[in-house]
Design a protein around this ligand. Structure first.
Ligand SMILES: Cc1ncc(C[n+]2csc(CCOP(=O)(O)OP(=O)(O)O)c2C)c(N)n1
Ligand SMILES: [Mg+2]
Length: 388
């Protein structure tokens, strides 16, 4: 018997449902709720098979680096008040994101930070004085990016998204399994470079994890004026990129979600987008007055969701962190801050001619000429000083 069009129309609801093709966008969409493994009091939530809890040793190391990171952040803010740093964008409150991100990748992977990520860079093991060189205004970048496989901190918003796509594509092209992790702010997802970067990475299946720290503000612009999307993670679907949302103040969940995102990229499945919901506790930088655009009650509500307290409570309850360990880590953090203070008090010696280094692999004739002009002016000034 042949099936007539009428017979198809009369088919049972079950048959009709079976005939509907699966929605190809569905697997790309994030869960409607951010992934969370600890509640705000540090109590574990039911285990999830899709996001297994990271090993306890990784969580203890996460805690240690978060404590060091927060101490570094407080010290850097103090250095701006002492005139030792030109500017500092604090990431206090974002410790879970900053530290879990660098723990989720290998030393051989590449990280693409913004100006906000100083804490992530020290958590990656880069010398804190080298991290602060840019913010002291001494040089473009204090560390050797190729040595530590970390791009210079990007101030032009979202440009790192295309750099990460290009690097990841190049590494894959040469047969290496390097992953690139690009940090992005909520505001930067409105920039063209974010969209161009993620589209390129998707088309060429470049192994990039785009990690959006949605800290609710782009300087004074709140999220509600930034996007009409249900969440920033939904920006992946239009490019064919799977995504997930995570509670950015739950350190265990951030590490679990990023670990899976990195594995997805490394396995050759292309980019992955993660949005972490978090909050910047301090002003945009030390030069900003946040009380002009957000009220104290909002800040207080987020103070109660402190990621460091949440992880400490959990690890203590599990019996894998005690008073002695907490005191020892606090002592390490004090020593770290004291060393940073002492070294930042030393007057930096910067060769003005180094301004021309590394602009291009081969300097242009104009740069060679300008370098010679500066050299001659400096020599003349030093002769004048000698005569005086
Ligand atoms: C292309 C570009 N436009 C504007 C700016 C000025 N600017 C610096 S930081 C910032 C806000 C960025 O907010 P967000 O992406 O949410 O990152 P956050 O500072 O919150 O970490 C703006 C507009 C810039 N640096 N680059
Ligand atoms: Mg922001």
């Amino acid at each position: 018997m042949t099936t007539t069009p009428q017979a198809v129309r009369r088919a049972s609801p079950r048959t009709r449902r079976a005939a509907t093709p699966p929605d190809p966008a569905r697997p790309l969409l994030p869960d409607a709720e951010p992934v969370r493994l600890l509640d705000p009091t540090g109590t574990p939530l039911p285990a999830r098979t899709d996001y297994p809890e990271p090993p306890v040793e990784a969580l203890r190391e996460l805690y240690r680096r978060m404590v060091l990171g927060r101490r570094f952040d407080t010290q850097a803010t103090a250095l701006t008040k002492q005139g030792r740093l030109a500017v500092y964008p604090s990431s206090r409150g974002q410790e879970a994101c900053q530290v879990a991100a660098v723990l989720a990748v290998r030393d051989t992977d590449w990280v693409f930070p913004t100006y906000r990520e100083s804490m992530a860079l020290v958590a990656r093991g880069i010398d804190p004085v080298e991290v602060l060189t840019l913010l002291r205004g001494d040089w473009h970048c204090g560390y050797d990016p190729t040595e530590v496989r970390t791009a210079p901190q990007c101030t032009p918003l979202a440009t790192q998204c295309v750099h990460a796509a290009g690097l990841a594509h190049g590494e894959a092209y040469q047969g290496r399994d390097t992953v690139a992790l690009a940090f992005i702010g909520d505001g930067a997802t409105s920039e063209g470079d974010f969209h161009e970067g993620i589209n390129f990475a998707a088309v060429f299946k470049a192994p990039v994890v785009y990690f959006v720290q949605n800290n609710r503000y782009a300087i004074s612009v709140p999220l509600s004026r930034q996007t009409a999307a249900p969440s920033l993670a939904y920006k992946g679907v239009g490019y064919g990129v799977p995504s997930e949302q995570v509670d950015g103040n739950d350190p265990v969940a951030v590490l679990a979600v990023l670990t899976r995102a990195v594995a997805h990229a490394r396995a050759g499945n292309g980019p992955f987008l993660v949005e972490a919901h978090t909050y910047r506790m301090e002003p945009h930088t030390n030069a900003d007055d946040a009380s002009r655009y957000r009220d104290g009650a909002e800040v207080d509500a987020w103070r109660d969701r402190d990621p460091l307290v949440r992880l400490e409570t959990y690890l203590r309850a599990r019996g894998v962190l005690d008073d002695a360990a907490v005191a020892e880590i606090a002592e390490q953090a004090e020593a770290y801050a004291a060393d940073l203070r002492a070294r930042m008090n030393e007057q930096p010696s910067v060769d003005p001619l180094s301004l021309f280094d590394h602009v291009y692999a081969e300097p242009t004739p104009q740069l060679v000429e300008q370098r010679e002009q500066v050299r001659a002016e400096l020599a003349a000034a030093s002769d004048e000083d000698g005569k005086a």
